[in-house]
Design a protein around this ligand. Structure first.
Ligand SMILES: [Fe+2]
Ligand SMILES: [Fe+2]
Ligand SMILES: [Fe+2]
Ligand SMILES: [Fe+2]
Length: 406
C-alpha cells in the first residue's frame, strides 16, 4: 500500500522529548547481534548526525527567530534520537570492531544503492567509491588479525566478502579530481536524491568516526592506517556531496532531510529482526513524520511553495535494504578496478598521462610507504598468510590473489 508521509500526522515535535533513562538504552549483545542490525544502527546514527549538523549550519544562515526556534526544537529531538540509536552499540565492542561494521555498511549500503539507482551518472559514482570502501574492510580486517588475532568474519558473519578492492594506496587523488558534476534538482528522480543524501551522511559519519578514533591506539601501524583511510573518507564526502544540486534552498534541504529520515526509519523497520530495536525504528519513524510536518509548514509560509510539488506522491515501494551484494561487488571489481578520476571524468589508469596531477599527488603522500600496504605485509609476516574471507571463490582479479610470506 502506498505510504505518503505528507498525509500522516506523526508525533508532534513538542511531544518528542525523552528522559535520560529512555535515552540510556540497553545495547545489543555483540556476540549474537545480526550483523545487519549492527549496520542499521551505524547508518541511522550517521543519518541523525547529518541532520543535526545540517540544522546547525542552517541556523547560522538565517536571521528569522521563529525559524531558529523551530530548528532548535527539531534539532534537540534529533540529538536525542542520535543518543538512543548510537547507545545501542555495546561498550565491549572495540572501536576496531565497530570500524569493521562501518565498512560493512559502506560496502552493502553502497552496492544496494548502486543496484537500485536509476541515474547512470550517480550509479557510476557509487560503483567508483564502492571498490574503495570494499578495500578498507580488508585492510582493517588485517589490522584486527595483526593486533588481536581477531577474525573479522565473526563480525561480518560471511555476509560480506573480505578481500582486496581497488587498493587503498592507489585511491589517493588530488582534490580537484574528487569534484563531480551534480544532478539537476528539477529533473532528478526523488529516489536518486535520497540515495545521494543517504550516502553523504554515511560517508561523513565514517570520516568523523576515523578522525576521532584514529588515536585510540598505541601501535603506529593502527594510527597510520586510520589516518590514511580517514583521508579517503574525506575524499568520499567531497565526491558524494558534489553530486547534490546546490540550487536547493535551505528550507527545501530541511524538508528533504526530514523526508529522507522518514524513508530510512521506515526502511529499517521493514527488515529489523530484533523486536526491541524494531520498536525504536518505529517510534523514530513517527517522530520524523512530525518533524517533516513542521518543515513543510515553514516551506508553505516562507517560500509560498507546496512541499507536495517537490516530493513524490508516496514513499518508494522498496525499502533501503541491508543484504549480501557479493556477485554485484565481484562484477564491479572485474569491470572497474582500474578506473581513476580525471577532473569530472572516470578514466582507465593507462589513459592518464604520466604528467597527470594524480601521479604527483600519489608520489607525495605515498613517499616512504603506505600503512594500508604495511598492515597486510606485517600480517603476512606474523601469521604466515594475510587475512581474507573469500566465500565465492578466487579473487576475480588475478593480480589481487593472495601472496604468501616468503
Ligand atoms: Fe532524526
Ligand atoms: Fe571506507
Ligand atoms: Fe567511504
Ligand atoms: Fe529529523
Amino acid at each position: 500500500m502506498a505510504f505518503n508521509p505528507l498525509d500522516e500526522q506523526g508525533i508532534a515535535v513538542e511531544d518528542q522529548f525523552r528522559n535520560w533513562s529512555e535515552l540510556n538504552v540497553t545495547p545489543y549483545d555483540k556476540h549474537t547481534v545480526d550483523p545487519y542490525t549492527r549496520t542499521r544502527v551505524i547508518l541511522m546514527n550517521g543519518i541523525e548526525v547529518e541532520s543535526i549538523l545540517f540544522s546547525h549550519q542552517f541556523a547560522r544562515h538565517t536571521d528569522n527567530l521563529e525559524l531558529k526556534r523551530a530548528l532548535a526544537t527539531s534539532r534537540r529531538v534529533d540529538a536525542q534520537q542520535q543518543k538512543a540509536v548510537n547507545g545501542l552499540n555495546p561498550g565491549e565492542q572495540m572501536p576496531l570492531e565497530t570500524t569493521l561494521g562501518y565498512e560493512q555498511v559502506a560496502v552493502d549500503l553502497t552496492a544496494w544503492l548502486a543496484r537500485h539507482e536509476p541515474d547512470p551518472m550517480l550509479r557510476q559514482a557509487l560503483d567508483f567509491a564502492l571498490l574503495e570502501d570494499f578495500d578498507h574492510l580488508y585492510r582493517y580486517a588485517n589490522l584486527y588479525d595483526l593486533m588481536y588475532g581477531g577474525h573479522a568474519e565473526e563480525i561480518t558473519q560471511h555476509l560480506t566478502e573480505i578481500t582486496p578492492g581497488r587498493p587503498t594506496i592507489v585511491e589517493h587523488r588530488h582534490p580537484h579530481d574528487e569534484v563531480r558534476p551534480h544532478f539537476e534538482t528539477h529533473a532528478v528522480d526523488p529516489l536518486s536524491r535520497m540515495h545521494v543524501m543517504t550516502i553523504v551522511a554515511a560517508e561523513q559519519q565514517t570520516m568523523n568516526f576515523y578522525m576521532n578514533h584514529g588515536t585510540d591506539w598505541i601501535e603506529p601501524i593502527a594510527r597510520g592506517l586510520y589516518a590514511e583511510i580517514a583521508l579517503i573518507e574525506e575524499q568520499h564526502v567531497t565526491h558524494y556531496e558534489s553530486l547534490l544540486d546546490p540550487l536547493d534552498s535551505w528550507i527545501a534541504n530541511w524538508v528533504f532531510h526530514e523526508y529522507n529520515e522518514v524513508y530510512l526509519y521506515w526502511s529499517m523497520l521493514q527488515q529489523e529482526s530484533d523486536r526491541r530495536i524494531k520498536a525504536i525504528w518505529d517510534l523514530h519513524c513517527n517522530m520524523e513524520i512530525g518533524q517533516l510536518q513542521v518543515a513543510c509548514d515553514f516551506m508553505r509560509r516562507l517560500e509560498g511553495r507546496e512541499p507536495a510539488e517537490m516530493l513524490p506522491p508516496a514513499l518508494p515501494d522498496t525499502p533501503v535494504t541491508f543484504e549480501p551484494n557479493k556477485d554485484y561487488v565481484r562484477q564491479v571489481l572485474a569491470d572497474q578496478i582500474d578506473l581513476r578520476a580525471d577532473g569530472i571524468d572516470y578514466v582507465g589508469v593507462d589513459d592518464l598521462p604520466s604528467s597527470h596531477r594524480y601521479f604527483e599527488y600519489q608520489a607525495t603522500v605515498n613517499e616512504g610507504g603506505a600503512p594500508s600496504e604495511q598492515v597486510v605485509e606485517q600480517t603476512r609476516d606474523k601469521r604466515g598468510t594475510e587475512h581474507r574471507d573469500e566465500t565465492e571463490g578466487d579473487h576475480p582479479i588475478r593480480d589481487l590473489r593472495p601472496q604468501h610470506a616468503s
